[in-house]
Structure formats: C-alpha cells, structure tokens
Design a protein around this ligand. Structure first.
Ligand code: FAD
Ligand code: SIN
Length: 482
C-alpha cells in the first residue's frame, strides 16, 4: 500500500472524479480534489435516466455482456475503441454491484432506453433521480473518510485548473486559479487524473469554443449541460502536454430538452430524460403526427426531429421560426413507472396533464395554419398508436411499448439540445492519456466525458455514468499498483 505522503491530484468532481477519489482514499492514498465551481457533482448530479449494467439481479431478462457490447458498437458506427468497449461492458455488473452492495444505493428499477436490446438502465425505485442518488452517496462516503482521516484528502472548490505541470516529460502537478481571489497556485503530485467533463456548454466564448472549432453547425442548439462544461481539460492538456484530441466532431444532440413555456428561447434547457420514452412516451411533430421509432438510437431520433419538426411560421408560443419542436406524450397508464420524474417535470411547468383537446390547443399554438389538425385527426393518431400497442406492430419500427394513450395523459414541448461530447482526450484501456505521437503521457490519466473512444459516433443512454464508474475504478487500481 502507498504511504499517505504520495498523492494524486484529481481535477473535476463529477462521477468520474468522485469515483476515483473515493477508491483512492479508501486505500489510504492521498488525494487533492480540485473543482472549478462552488459545488461538487458536475453534470453527473443531473443524470436523470440511470446507469447501465449487465447482467444484474435487477434485470428480468436474458441480457448478456455480448449483446450490450454489440449494441454499443452498433450505436458507435465503427468509431468505438474495442478495448474500451470490452472494459465498459464486461465491468458493468461490477459497477452496479459496487454502487448497490458496497455503497447501498437503490438502483432496483430497470428501463429500456433507445438503441438497447434489453432493459439495462438502472435507477432507484424511490424519489431520488439516479445522478443525485449516486453523487450524494459518494460525497457522503468521501466526507466520512475525510472526517476520520483529515490528511487523506484536500478538496479545493472554486479552483480552476489552469495548467498541467511536468518535469523531464513526466506530469507532476497542476496549477490552479482560485475563482474568487484569482490567485494562482501550484499543487504537486505523482499522478494527475483529469475528470473535467465534456464541452457541450462551450458556446459562450467563441474565441476559444471547441464547439465553434469542431462543430460550428451545432452552435444554434441550446444545451442540457451545466455552464461549467467548457472542455477545460481537453484545452489545457492539448496546450501543455500535447494530448491527442480525437473524434472532437462527435457531439451528441439529445432529441428532447424541455421548452419552458414562459422562457422558450433560453439557451439552458432542462433535459426531458430518455426514460420518458423508455416507459412508453411517444413524440408528435408540430403537424400532430408520429414520425420516428422513439426508441431507436438518439442520433436517429434527433435527425428525425430535425427533418420533421421545424417551426415554419410565426406562432403564439413565440417559438423562433426555424427551430425544431416535438411534443412528448406519455400515457397516464405509464405514470407509475416514473411518477417522481413526471411529478417533478409537472411541478416545473414542463409537462401538463390533459386531454386530446388540450394537446390540440398546444399544437395549434405552434402550428397555427394547419387546417388538417383537429380533434378528430389527432384522436386518430393516438388511436392508431393504441392499436400498435395492442398488436405490438408499429409501422415506424418500435418494438417496446408502454400503455395506449387514452383520455388523460401527460404532454410537454421539447427541442434538441447539445448533450454529450463523445470526443476528447485519447486514452488507452487503463485510462492513461495519449499524446499526438501515440505515446502514453507519463502520470496523466483522463476519465469520464473528458476522454474519448468508448462511445464512437453515438453514446447509448446510461453508458456515461457507467463509463465514469468503470474507468474511475480502473484508474485508481492503476495508480495504487504503480
Ligand atoms: P461531470 O460530471 O460533468 O464533472 C466534471 C467536473 O469538472 C465539473 O464539476 C466541472 O465543474 C469540473 N471542471 C471542469 N473544468 C474544470 C477546471 N478547469 N478545473 C476544475 N474543475 C473543472 N448519463 C448517463 O449515463 N445516464 C443518465 O441518466 C444521464 N443523464 C444526464 C442528464 C443530464 C441533464 C446531463 C447533462 C447529462 C446526463 N448524462 C447521463 C451524461 C452524464 O451525466 C455525464 O456525461 C457524466 O456525468 C460526465 O461525468 P464526468 O464526471 O466525466 O463529468
Ligand atoms: C437522459 O435521461 O435522457 C440522459 C441519459 C443519458 O444521457 O445517458
């Protein structure tokens, strides 16, 4: 075991950084955790649908690691790093067991998300959303260890990584800036783990924006991410240690961010979790029609929204012409499967409960001159879907159904949002960062969304939290063994 005098610097306190920190300090390895905001948790604390794992005691199906691996590779369209996918999928059961058995987090409720062949995305059966349940438990456990052994961990909040330090080609620390006083300080350590997340909110400073550099066509979209998600780890690692950034143009646009009716133009959207479609929700275009298998992969659903759901004229909702909107409709029968999510969304004015007449009113506000849209035609669309539910045959190819949409249901307005960066720092299967010459950068690791390669062209829902846990554990083991 390491003497507590050697230390690792972990940068970023989302699930990747917290998993790494907890693993290391549990083994008496000293950590300094550096976080740029005033709160721990990053985007991870916002996670709404859950974490994948295969096979687990909570699944009631024939799922296997092989099928999970195939689904991941199919979704990644030839861009996945196979070695990383092997680690992700084969260690997924261990990740769920660590969270549920060691950390006692409830993840007993399992849903099937888009692009998955089986239900394998785990969340709790109670009130807490999965990201909050997982992050808050890790933070509590970390604080308990710190209380009994104060020297084992230093947490520096409001402290932004500004430089990676190295000597003779080996990384040996970081410089960080206090966000309040602007003071710069150096912190030295034997290893540095970057866990600074993605760059799906990197739209505010166009001089340095990675989105502008790699995907200027996406700057028009709002974001589901926290404002802190600006690709700092990628930028600093490229500048200071010549890290190899790969697949940077692979950005996931999630099809459903909620539009708040009193603030339709806000750049920051509350995510409408894929879980809502997983439990049975359907999507309607402004013309009041279904237009896609709502449970195919995210990239395909988003493309279909862009093709079928553009706002064509000025409207009562003040939705800008040219934006894309679809209406999520969830059967009242499916309410018990996600009661807490639905209650929360309803309390925020993002979902409403109503009838076909209420739904028609909303659609007419988006699409005022559509004469074909009336109660009869809209009811027919819902009845046709009810028939698909009964026969389990859907002309759009959906194979997993919830309830039919009967007299009372839930509905809300959604739009595509920047959600996840598949690209980032190239890593090997031990999460060691790779430089532009294809060589390991000694003592530098990248874990979670800051790293690249495991998801290829399109990440499956639920695999990001999983990636944070799996590679956070791998990195800690590497460091403890080194
Ligand atoms: P983050 O959780 O984003 O943490 C990165 C941390 O690094 C942040 O705290 C940030 O402030 C800090 N940081 C950044 N730059 C610096 C710097 N210069 N110095 C110091 N600190 C810095 N995935 C799933 O698998 N399942 C889900 O259900 C799910 N739901 C989601 C819902 C929402 C609304 C969003 C936005 C994402 C969701 N995702 C989900 C994706 C997933 O949450 C994230 O991709 C994942 O949590 C990333 O974890 P991370 O630890 O790599 O980064
Ligand atoms: C969601 O809840 O739709 C997000 C899940 C994810 O990004 O994995």
């Amino acid at each position: 075991m390491h003497s507590p005098t050697s230390q690792t610097i972990v940068v970023g306190s989302g699930l990747a950084g917290l998993t790494t920190t907890l693993q290391l300090i549990s083994h008496n390895h000293k950590v300094t955790l550096i976080e740029k905001t005033s709160k721990l948790g990053g985007n991870s604390i916002k996670a709404s649908s859950g974490i994948n794992g295969v096979p687990t005691i909570y699944q009631n199906n024939d799922d296997t690691v092989e099928v999970f691996k195939d689904d991941t590779l199919k979704s990644g369209k030839g861009l996945c790093n196979l070695a990383l996918v092997d680690e992700l999928t084969s260690r997924s059961r261990d990740a769920i067991e660590w969270l549920t058995q060691d950390l006692k987090i409830d993840l007993s409720s399992v849903t099937q998300l888009g692009g998955h062949s089986f239900a394998r995305t785990h969340k709790g059966a109670g009130k807490l959303p999965p990201g909050f349940a997982i992050v808050s438990t890790l933070v509590k456990r970390i604080e308990q260890i710190q209380e009994s052994n104060p020297d084992i961990l230093t947490i520096l909040k409001s402290s932004r990584l500004s430089k990676i330090l190295s000597e003779n080609g080996k990384v040996n620390g970081v410089q960080y800036q206090n966000e309040i006083t602007n003071d710069l300080k150096d912190e030295h350590g034997e290893n540095v783990v970057l866990a600074t997340g993605g760059f799906s909110a990197d739209t505010q400073n166009l001089d340095t924006s990675l989105l502008k550099q790699y995907r200027p066509d996406l700057l028009q979209f709002p974001s589901s991410n926290g404002e802190q998600t600006t690709g700092d780890g990628q930028k600093v690692a490229l500048r200071d240690v010549d890290a190899h950034l790969i697949q940077m143009d692979q950005i996931q646009v999630h099809p459903t961010g909620f539009i708040k009716l009193d603030n339709v133009e806000s750049h920051w959207k509350f995510l409408c979790g894929e879980l809502m479609r997983g439990i049975g929700g359907i999507l309607l275009s402004p013309a009041g029609k279904r237009f896609v298998n709502e449970l195919t992969t995210r990239d395909v659903v988003t493309d279909a929204v862009i093709k079928n759901c553009q706002v064509k004229q000025e409207n009562e909702m003040s939705l800008p012409v040219g934006t894309y909107v679809s209406v999520l409709v969830v059967s009242g029968d499916d309410y018990p499967k996600a009661a807490n999510h639905i209650d929360f969304y309803a309390s925020q004015g993002l979902l409403q409960k109503g009838t076909v007449e209420d739904l028609l009113k909303l659609l007419q506000k988006i699409n005022p001159e559509n004469e074909k849209l009336n109660v009869g035609s809209l009811q027919q669309v819902l009845d046709d879907y009810g028939n698909d539910v009964k026969t389990k045959q859907d002309p759009l190819g959906r194979s997993v159904f919830g309830g039919a949409i009967s007299s009372q249901f839930y509905f809300g307005l959604t739009t595509p949002v920047l959600h996840f960066a598949m690209g980032g720092i190239e890593v090997d299967s031990n999460a060691r960062a790779i430089n532009a010459q294809g060589k390991v950068i000694p003592n530098l690791y990248a874990v979670g969304e800051v790293s690249a390669g495991v998801h290829g062209a399109n990440r499956l829902g639920g695999s990001s939290l999983l990636e944070c846990v799996v590679f956070g554990k791998i990195v800690s083991q590497q460091i403890l063994n080194s």
